[in-house]
Design a protein around this ligand. Structure first.
Ligand code: NCD
Ligand code: ZN
Ligand code: ZN
Length: 435
């Protein structure tokens, strides 16, 4: 029997208490925790720190197989643990693509071997992400990986017939289609948000309507089919309006916002540094305000990092040649503290809902996102919200250095993470399993 006694921490930022973890489960909370601690229990003094349920990322790119020069399942999941995560959904745009039972089972296995977080492979919607025929969705759902989230992320499922079939297909096992909403024709050659600034800088624009028109179509398809739609990385005020309308009609739609779209704006394109190049692009301060409001009022359900590591040669170049994407696993919680907690827009309980409970529910996980209660699996994140740190891309655990926050001071640090009762992070540092 392995036991850990966590003393003095504040669940959801509330009154300090003690938590006893025994054999992967929260065994006691409060005075009973010390009383029940068996011989040989390891005690961790975490006085004053905030405890949250282990974070769940609905949108991570781990890059393996095929993109190991940017990230591996090991390096990406270790970065996730350091960022406070206990589960990640690994996007399908790998090489080979995660479009068959064989590939998703391989990703599952590598995730288990690494042991930093639970890895849930996302299945591709279309074979090879080609947008032509459906992938082996049923086989992936029935595989050991039990795939429930399907996405062609990186590409939009553009063909409305294919989208309709995908939505119909996943109903059989309560799956969900996560759409990367980007009309490819309206965004050909696009480099940044379309607006006054793109005109001034002479960069081809990515108009808001290219996202909004796909979301509008997809919520109507989801309604027609009676299936579940999840919208990836919502980035415009207009998208928020459409999702708000869809929810008011009872359409089964959930939506995600990234940390970078909650904090950064298109003004950063003035630097011409590809570190700020991402898909969908950074938008205006008006969009940022609408996204914060939507996350606070629940129109946007969850935060997804869209952690998108890229090798240095794809970012250390001119803007037009740069790859789209930013890393985010190690900074997500800090950005959320900065934008939503410090501003009083969300409580710690709200944050736990958006970063743990609801992402777990969208992905049909039963042993994650359960909250801090006796009997729940001991997936916990312990954060010091008071520390302020300057982000250093080279000092992160991800294999890539394309963080847009380099040089910025952000609040908060994850001090400890527990995965099914085992510490994966202590004192802010990853703990090797055999240690
Ligand atoms: N977000 C990005 O800019 N890039 C992602 C793909 C995606 O999320 O659309 C990637 O895989 O690099
Ligand atoms: Zn995407
Ligand atoms: Zn993505």
């Amino acid at each position: 029997m392995t036991s850990h006694l966590l003393t003095g921490l504040r669940p959801y930022g509330e009154d300090p208490t003690d938590i006893l973890i025994t054999d992967g489960t929260i065994a006691a909370i409060g005075p009973q925790a010390r009383a029940d601690a068996p011989e040989g229990t390891t005690t961790h003094d975490l006085a004053g720190l905030v405890a949250l349920p282990g974070l769940v990322d609905i949108h991570t790119h781990l890059r393996e197989p095929g993109g190991e020069s940017a990230e591996t399942i090991f390096s990406g999941t270790r970065a996730a643990a350091v960022g406070g995560y206990t589960a990640v959904f690994a996007m399908a745009n790998t090489d080979p693509v995660q479009d068959s039972a064989g590939v998703v089972e391989q990703v599952l296995r590598l995730g288990r071997q690494a042991g930093w977080v639970d890895v849930h492979p996302v299945g591709a919607v279309s074979a090879g992400l080609r947008g032509e025929q459906l992938s082996e969705m049923g086989a992936m759902a029935a595989s050991e990986a039990r795939v429930r989230v399907f996405s062609d992320d990186g590409k939009c499922v553009w063909d409305p017939v294919l989208m309709r079939r995908a939505l119909e297909y996943v109903k059989a096992f309560d799956g969900v289609i996560a759409q990367h909403a980007q009309d490819p024709r309206l965004t050909e050659g696009a480099q940044m948000h379309e607006g006054a600034l793109s005109a001034e800088l002479g960069l081809r624009g990515w108009p808001a309507v290219a996202e909004e028109s796909i979301i509008a179509r997809d919520v109507l398809l989801a309604e027609h089919v009676g299936s579940r739609l999840h919208v990836c990385h919502v980035s415009t005020a207009g998208s928020v309006e459409i999702i708000r309308w869809a929810k008011s009609r009872g359409i089964q739609v959930t939506a995600e916002v990234t940390p970078h779209h909650l904090l950064l704006t298109d003004e950063l394109a003035r630097t011409y540094s590809p570190l700020y190049k991402v898909n969908p692009p950074l938008r205006t301060s008006g969009d940022v305000e609408a996204l914060r409001e939507a996350l606070a009022d629940g129109t946007i359900d969850v935060v997804g990092t869209d952690h998108a590591p890229h090798p240095v040669e794809d970012k250390d170049c001119e803007w037009a040649a740069g790859a789209f994407g930013m890393t985010g696993l190690e900074t997500a919680l800090s950005v959320l503290i900065e934008t939503m907690i410090s501003t009083g827009r969300m409580s710690w309980r709200d944050l736990a809902r958006a970063m743990s409970e609801v992402p777990a529910r969208i992905g049909s996980l039963e042993d994650q996102g359960r909250g801090i209660e006796v009997g729940a699996p001991a997936n916990l994140t312990v954060v010091d919200p008071e520390v302020r740190r300057t982000v250093d891309g080279a000092a992160q655990w991800t294999h890539s250095t394309n963080t847009p926050y380099a040089g910025m001071e952000l609040p908060g640090q994850v001090k400890a993470t527990f995965l099914h009762g085992r510490p994966t992070v202590l004192e802010g540092l990853p703990v090797e399993r055999d240690a």
